[in-house]
Design a protein around this ligand. Structure first.
Ligand code: DGT
Ligand code: CA
Ligand code: CA
Ligand code: ZN
Length: 577
């Protein structure tokens, strides 16, 4: 995606967020207009930056005022309207809207009546029982907030940035740095390179001849709000969303040592250093070298350093504080999953779902381009508000899929499926008979996130028991950093998955990554099949399946347990069972 497009989408997202807060209404005319403009930008494939305002207004959904804002953004890097809204509503207030149970009106009232402008203020007010007396709140709301805040704190989700925000930013920064003169290498490191679900900050390591060129570029970028330090070799900046970015420039010959050091984890580094010391060496961010005399043993690549230490190369995903060093020593690291050899995708939406943005034909074409032999088309089932699809429309789609199957022949097998909604009590959409006519259904939780553990477990188990359900979609239904997962008794869920032969999805949409690496790891000893999916709503999102692959690799589960790695024959047999 071009930088112009990404900047434009970021701007529209922020405008939507701030306008909802400003007008106290997520459905206001202006909010909907911005949302339509955002959809138009997302769908547009050309270069927005090269278009005049008059050309931009020709795109459906983009009016004159949005077109002017886009031009202002591309030409100056700033947008007056946005700056005004930002000044009126500080980021810490906007962040309060993400707390489950707090809408824009509530946040506005908390600010107006109690002067609450950030999370600490909200916590204090809850503690001092000031919320319950506010009009429209009451004791029940206050108790709910107490629970939600405790949960946020426990998950550490409040100060850390979700991967879905950090990764696109890091890729963009690294891309810009790589394009600068004299830059030999640029890579994000730290927890992001280890594919942690949330990150404390970004750590970028650059090999370049002239650090100043890199730092000049960074300090000029509008995504940053503040420069914390600018030094000879290191610069730290803070983005508007409050994410710190540390960029270090090293000499090319030190690159391996620097990448390794700043990728961490801290625990992994400590164990490596101990191993080095046993051999009379020291390991730091510059080199692996002899303690006496300082002769360099290895330095330029991570591979060379691991090799000198008598270890197989440890992929960043596995560099946690576990037994990865012992496994690398015995050459017994888990096998990686070859991302280029995945056989198919099993959770794909098209424009028939209210939120889908690519046609069936485009999705099938893109699936084939990725070398898939199987693809399951799984629209939202009818019980999902706004986006669900009726039985009649699905029957119509089934005909289209039959026709498409004829066109594509043996190149790809198209499974007609649906993403069923798991009701409060575990009931599902449509009638039993119709559900059984699908080739591949998954069932997912899309509402009732606040039930107790027993009720949540029971509804998942009941859905698994339904003969039409082949897989449970995004098991916890969490949104990383925004909504905690539902509470589940995992032993019971795993028991039911084994008993009913229901697979568990690893959903690769970045805000979800669900089931998580830790849940998959906990199921290693179980007889459960996992399925990598993209949950794509647009052809470009099919690549999200690679995120699911990284989750699976991080879990260290054996590739043979992942249905996407099987032959097409075996997959089809399994889907038909
Ligand atoms: P984060 O940012 O909290 O998500 O986690 P990390 O792992 O990115 O941690 P960060 O940003 O504090 O440091 C980046 C890497 O630099 C870390 O993974 C290992 C290395 N590092 C930082 N501080 C230390 C330290 O005090 N000792 C050692 N051995 N390594 C460190
Ligand atoms: Ca970090
Ligand atoms: Ca850092
Ligand atoms: Zn879906």
């Amino acid at each position: 995606m071009s930088h112009h497009k990404r900047d434009a989408i970021d701007m529209m997202k922020e405008l939507v967020e701030l306008t909802i807060l400003d007008e106290g209404d997520p459905q206001s005319f202006r909010v909907r207009a911005y949302e339509q403009a955002m959809a138009a930008i997302e769908a547009f494939e050309g270069d927005l930056g090269a278009m005049k305002a008059s050309e931009l207004t020709k795109l459906k959904g983009i009016g004159k005022s949005t077109a002017d804002k886009l031009r202002e953004l591309f030409d100056t890097g700033r947008v007056t309207k946005l700056e005004g809204l930002r000044a009126k509503h500080p980021a810490s207030v906007v962040a309060l809207m993400k707390i489950p149970g707090l809408g824009p009106k509530a946040v506005g009232r908390l600010r107006a009546e109690l002067g609450i402008v950030d999370l600490d203020g909200l916590k204090a007010a809850v503690r001092e029982q000031k919320i319950r007396v506010l009009k429209g709140f009451g004791q029940k709301t206050e108790e709910n907030l107490t629970k939600v805040l405790e949960r946020l704190e426990r998950d550490g989700g409040e100060k850390r940035t979700p991967l879905s925000v950090a990764l696109p930013l890091a890729e963009r920064l690294v891309g810009e740095i790589r394009a600068l003169p004299g830059v030999q290498h640029a890579q994000y490191c730290g927890s992001l390179r280890r594919f942690s679900e949330t990150v404390g900050d970004l750590d970028i390591v650059v090999a370049a001849e002239t650090p100043a060129i890199v730092f000049d570029k960074l300090v000029s970028m509008p995504v940053f709000e503040r420069i914390l330090v600018r030094g000879e070799k290191k610069t730290s900046l803070v983005t508007r969303r409050g994410l710190q970015v540390d960029v270090r420039v090293v000499a090319k010959k030190e690159l391996g040592a620097a990448l390794m050091y700043f990728t961490g984890s801290k625990g992994h580094n400590i164990r490596l250093r101990m191993r080095a010391l046993e051999r009379g060496w020291t390991l730091n961010e510059y080199a692996l070298s002899e303690v006496e005399g300082g002769k360099i043993v290895a330095q330029e690549t991570e591979e060379a350093i691991y090799e000198a230490l008598g270890l197989a190369f440890i992929p960043p995903l596995l560099r946690e504080d576990g037994n990865e060093i012992e496994l690398a020593d015995k050459r017994m690291l888990p096998k990686p999953i070859d991302g280029t050899k995945l056989m198919g995708d099993f959770h794909v939406h098209t424009t028939l779902s209210g939120d889908g943005r690519s046609s069936l034909d485009d999705m099938l074409k893109s699936a084939r381009e990725r070398g898939y032999k199987v693809v399951a088309i799984t629209e939202h089932a009818e019980d999902l508000a706004m986006t669900g699809v009726s039985k009649d429309k699905l029957l119509d789609q089934r005909e289209k899929i039959r026709a498409a199957q004829k066109t594509h022949g043996d190149a790809i097998r198209i499974l007609h499926g649906a993403e069923l909604n798991i009701g409060k009590d575990g009931s599902l959409d449509y009638d039993d008979e119709f559900r059984r006519t699908f080739d591949f259904c998954l069932a997912s939780v899309h509402e009732h996130f606040d039930l107790g553990k027993e009720a949540q477990t029971a509804r998942i188990v009941r859905a698994m028991e339904d003969p039409s359900v082949k897989m449970i979609g995004h098991l916890s239904a969490r949104m990383i950093g925004a909504r905690p997962g539902i509470e589940l008794d995992m032993d019971k869920v795993f028991d039911a998955a084994e008993r009913t032969h229901t697979a568990i999805e690893i959903n690769g949409s970045l805000p979800r990554l669900d089931a998580s690496a830790s849940v998959v790891r906990d199921a290693k000893s179980r007889d459960i099949t996992f399925v990598l999916t993209s949950d794509a709503h647009h052809t470009t999102e099919l690549d999200q399946i690679q995120n699911a692959r990284l989750v699976a690799e991080k879990s260290t589960i054996d590739p043979s347990r992942i249905a996407n790695t099987w032959s097409a024959e075996k997959i089809l047999e399994w889907a038909a069972r």
